[in-house]
Design a binder for this molecule. Structure first.
Ligand code: 0FX
Length: 244
């Protein structure tokens, strides 16, 4: 029996990943879904409300290595330590095309820096979103997209990749390719800096439009400026296409 740990902090992807495990219905695997110790929406999901499914990868390295044959990180908020990734096959499902879109909120930086965007499944090494690539694909990106519309496509692509490569990943029967370069890497602080708009910044309207749509994601209050009264004023854009 192959024992698999899935550390997942994204409630949307949890449903999709769980369905794929159910679809393949492999009797030779045992799956344990856990989330991180940082609170997210997944804690409220009915499968996790009893609070017994927390994992702290840093403190539990030895236990994880002893108990599992394979670990998945799916939008996991924890950094997997070197000791873990070097002693156990750990696989990350990343909402960006490696190595072009490593790091935080990839679609936001793909809009800002005019980069292609997609999803990647890769073996983890001691650097973030960096290990040998098992499968990756690009998604469409248009000048009418917001962060949210691209993100929806990326999540779909992640599930497609997982589905298409399911048995190969479980059975370790794939030929990974090494990332071609260090690529691009953005952290949460880069996103936070982007959100603070300097109303005196000079640029083209295209740069302004791109920044506004890169920071427009459903109800999130991202882009803001400070007005004369010292209040934070948030804004986002809505984009429509002719005849749609
Ligand atoms: O789960 P996730 O989609 O992924 C993020 C990182 O992008 C990923 O690289 C990392 N491995 C993972 C642990 O965390 O993040 P999320 O569910 O918090 O946010 C989803 C999207 O929502 C994000 O891509 C952009 C948008 N968002 C999110 C927050 C919290 C915003 O626009 N503003 C926000 O304040």
């Amino acid at each position: 029996m192959k024992k698999i740990l899935v550390v997942i902090d994204n409630v949307i992807q949890y449903e999709g990943i769980k369905q794929i495990f159910e679809k393949y219905n492999r009797i030779d695997i045992e799956i344990n879904f856990c989330h991180s110790t940082t609170k997210t929406a997944i804690w409220e999901h009915q499968d996790f409300v009893d609070g017994t499914k927390k994992v702290d990868v840093l403190n539990d390295v030895a236990k994880i290595i002893a108990k599992y044959d394979l670990v998945f990180s799916v939008h996991c908020l924890q950094f997997f330590p070197k000791e873990l990734v070097q002693n156990l096959r750990c696989i990350n499902i990343h909402p960006g095309y490696n190595p072009i879109n490593r790091g935080w909120y990839p679609q936001v930086f793909a809009i800002i820096h005019n980069l292609p965007i997609g999803a990647t499944i890769h073996e983890m090494d001691e650097k973030l979103d960096n290990g040998p690539i098992i499968a990756r694909k690009f998604v469409e990106k248009h000048d009418w997209d917001t962060s949210y519309s691209i993100y929806e496509r990326v999540l779909k692509a992640e599930l497609e990749l997982f589905d298409e490569n399911f048995d190969a990943i479980i059975d370790n029967k794939y030929t990974p390719v090494l990332p071609e370069s260090k690529g691009n890497f953005y952290v949460k602080k880069d996103f936070e800096n982007l959100c603070k708009i300097d109303m005196n910044e000079v640029g083209t309207f295209k740069q302004f439009y791109d920044k506004a749509r890169a920071l427009s994601h459903n109800d999130f209050k991202n882009a803001y400026f400070i007005n004369d009264e010292g209040k934070k004023i948030f804004f986002k854009v809505e984009i429509g296409i002719e005849n749609e």
